[in-house]
Design a protein around this ligand. Structure first.
Ligand code: BGC
Length: 748
């Protein structure tokens, strides 16, 4: 660790004294003209006006409540105002009635859609389709900027390997490579490939390590080593910075004793220094003030100073900068040049977004883009690609021609609010199309609806009505899962089974002998092992959003073939946490040793294997990362490499044949995994290094070549330097993280 620190410090030497940053990869795209305008404006600002720019407030209630502060130039950004008329009034006061006329940055948590709600981010990740995710983020930007929002607090890039953590819903799951690709897609989508009036600045968050909260309890401490941070938790952030993300948010957690908002190493040294980030860094909501609770500062003045020293530009809702920076400058405790640097970073974003040219939103035009048909179509396509088929004995797809009497049941069958998922401030349940509605439209007069349970948490001892209805049906479609309130911020759970009496409902339906198909809509991978025997097929949809109903109907009926893959490991039981595919290898790997259930109940048994596993649950998950079935089958063959040995600057070209061996056209998410067999530190047993979606007709096969740059195999090893270590590697091409036979190559 010491070595890494030394190297980092050396590389950051020039940056050590202030928040100045070099212009290298990672700049958000400002040009000389923008820099000139920033500097010219800055030179005319008083200290108090500069500090005002560094203050972000939540705007609830009347505009007049804030008018005075805006006139005095005490607010740089507001969040949570999406009434375009009020937004225009906020801007008008700032531009026309403040001394320097600096427009506001208007921010909102637009996390997976604005009005048109897309699947939750974990569902976006399960599409393994960055182009589609970019399209969705563009839709969100067009709708949100249509109401004056020019800054979203998304994407969340926290790697999450603990499904107890409610915010696992908000990210891309457990894998840095997948997360990084989703990060880039969302940055491009929100901001647009070219900046214009529909560009919404992305905010990559939460920097950093927040998803590793101990025990999965939100806001909890993390204890990630610098190497883990650099090899697992930071790469998605670096990718997003390279993609041009304009802003970044610090996280609530303290890592190894240092809260992120005051973390000089993370923000100043790595983000600013090593990556050259000249975008805007904002705190999380009162995370500056919460450093007092952490015991990292005595009072608000102290934590304001620590935040500035870490190169954090804007204070969300602590009022620490506004109240104390002036005094801190006057006393000599902080340098005005550091404040200048922060203000530059803020103004740069405002100039780039064109707010100085036109801070206003066209209220009437904005109305026309909300819930536009093409937006709803994109949301539906995303929901279709995101659902993961986890079990199918052949009952799916249902044959529409043979459907006479469908029983639709379960608490998520007609839950317009809950299927939208967490972080939905603006999507309205009135626009949600539920599975019940979609199926009723599709099969008029043939659908019976008996919910069985109204809420996912409801408990019931008997299911007489729904069981009687099941007996009269040809097929039972049960929509189970989690209410939206069960995942998201501060919504962690210690038990990951289906809540309430949902498992009992499924078992009762199954006991009728009628074919039961389960669809789960949830904010996390639940532990559904006990439910699998009670359904003939199971489709897993992370809360699918506005168009979830038609999407799921299309999947169940075979109009669309499932192609979603698990972006996170599905556990058998919560006691397996953490269990993820890219773990390192123990000295005593599990080798299929005896499980407790196989041991007779007799005294005298002393040894059960001496390897790494649970006596009661073994070593494996329920479904591995990357897993997902289709209505067709795929076969991989002839996996070959173009060379046996590659230089460190080379590209591994792997060629393989993928065949659709089933009877339907379908899309396979091809995944390439690599293992570095021997390193200066132990390396993960597999790491995803490439994925792509390939669509094939029945009987069709295609020979595909993929290039993996050897540099993508680099990691931070024992010497603290990120590089490729020569040696032997294994490479898999497969449909999930647990399949395939490796080929080997060497790097010299
Ligand atoms: C969350 C952030 C969010 C912010 C603003 C905080 O509680 O952690 O993710 O962007 O609130 O709403």
């Amino acid at each position: 660790m010491k070595q890494i620190r030394t190297i980092c410090l050396a590389s950051c030497l020039l940056l050590a004294l202030s928040c100045q940053e070099p212009k290298v990869a990672g700049t958000i795209g400002a040009d000389a003209e923008v820099e000139r305008r920033v500097d010219s404006l800055l030179s005319r600002m008083t200290l108090s006006e500069k500090i005002g720019q560094m203050n972000q407030v939540s705007a609830g209630g009347e505009v007049s409540n804030y008018a005075d502060a805006l006139r005095k130039g005490q607010v740089g950004s507001i969040l949570n105002e999406v009434d375009p008329v009020k937004v225009n009034e906020f801007q008008r006061i700032s531009v026309e009635e403040s001394r320097l006329g600096i427009p506001l940055l208007v921010a909102r948590d637009v996390i997976h859609g604005f009005h048109t709600v897309f699947p939750i981010p974990l569902g976006l990740a399960s599409t393994f389709d960055p182009a589609l995710v970019e399209e969705g983020a563009r839709v969100a930007a067009v709708e949100a900027t249509g109401q004056g929002v020019r800054w979203t607090f998304s994407p969340m890039l926290d790697i999450a390997r603990d499904p107890r953590w409610g915010r696992i819903a908000e990210g891309s799951g457990e894998d840095p490579w997948l997360d990084a690709r989703m990060a880039e897609a969302m940055v491009y989508g929100y901001q647009g490939r070219q900046l214009d009036a529909t560009s919404m600045a992305a905010c990559i968050k939460h920097f950093a390590g927040y998803g590793a909260a101990e025990g999965g309890r939100d806001y909890n401490s993390t204890f990630l080593t610098e190497r883990q941070l650099r090899n697992v938790y930071l790469p998605p952030f670096e990718a997003a910075v390279k993609a041009g993300a304009m802003t970044l948010m610090t996280s609530f957690n303290d890592n190894d004793g240092v809260p992120s908002t005051g973390n000089v190493f993370l923000v100043k040294d790595v983000l600013r220094g090593e990556w050259g980030f000249d975008g805007l860094v904002v705190t999380d909501w009162n995370s500056m003030g919460e450093m007092i609770n952490h015991g990292f500062g005595e009072n608000r003045k102290d934590v304001a100073q620590k935040s500035l020293e870490a190169c954090v530009d804007m204070d969300m809702m602590t009022y620490g900068y506004l109240s104390h920076l002036e005094e801190l400058v006057r006393s000599g405790a902080v340098k005005e040049s550091d404040i200048d640097q922060a203000v530059r970073n803020i103004l740069r974003v405002k100039f780039l977004l064109g707010l100085f040219e036109d801070p206003y939103v066209d209220v009437e035009a904005g109305k026309t883009v909300q819930y536009a048909p093409e937006h709803l179509a994109a949301a539906q396509k995303t929901a279709e690609e995101s659902a993961i088929l986890l079990k199918n004995d052949g009952i799916l797809p249902l044959d529409p021609a043979s459907v006479r009497n469908i029983l639709v049941t379960g608490p998520l069958a007609d839950a317009p609010h809950d299927q939208l998922g967490t972080w939905v401030f603006d999507g309205e349940p009135a626009h949600t199309v539920t599975p019940l509605r979609a199926l009723q439209e599709r099969f008029p007069g043939k659908v019976t609806y008996v919910p069985g349970l109204v809420f996912s948490r409801e408990r019931k001892a008997r299911f007489d009505d729904v069981v009687a209805a099941a007996r009269r049906a040809d097929v039972v479609l049960a929509f189970l899962g989690e209410e939206a309130i069960l995942s998201g911020e501060a919504h962690s759970l210690a038990d990951l089974n289906l809540k309430g009496s949902q498992s009992e409902l499924l078992a009762a339906l199954h006991a009728t002998g009628k074919p039961v198909v389960a669809t789960v809509m949830a904010g996390r991978p639940l532990t559904i092992e006990r439910d699998l025997p009670h359904c003939r097929a199971l489709l897993y949809a992370f809360h699918p959003g506005t168009m979830g109903g038609p999407a799921l109907a299309n999947l169940l009926l075979g109009d669309v073939n499932p192609s979603g893959k698990a972006p996170v490991t599905f556990l058998r039981t919560v006691g397996q946490v953490p269990l993820y595919y890219s773990h390192t290898m123990t000295g005593r790997p599990y080798n299929g040793e005896t499980l407790l259930d196989d041991i007779p109940l007799s005294a005298g048994q002393t040894s059960l294997g001496n390897t790494s596993y649970y006596l009661d649950y073994g070593a494996y998950p329920l479904f591995p990362f990357g897993y997902g079935l289709s209505y067709t089958t795929f076969a991989y063959s002839d996996i070959t490499l173009d060379q046996e040995t590659y230089p460190t600057d080379g590209t591994v070209k792997v060629t393989f044949t993928l065949a659709n061996t089933g009877k339907r056209s379908g899309t396979e998410v091809v995944q390439v995994y690599v293992r570095d067999l021997v390193g200066s530190i132990t390396r993960p047993v597999k790491e995803l290094k490439h994925f792509e979606r390939i669509t094939l007709d029945p009987g069709e096969s295609r020979t595909v070549s993929v290039g993996i740059p050897v540099q993508d195999l680099a990691f931070v090893g024992l010497d603290g330097v990120k590089k490729v270590e020569p040696g032997e590697f294994q490479l898999w091409v497969a449909g999930d993280s647990a399949s395939g036979t490796p080929v080997t190559f060497e790097v010299r």
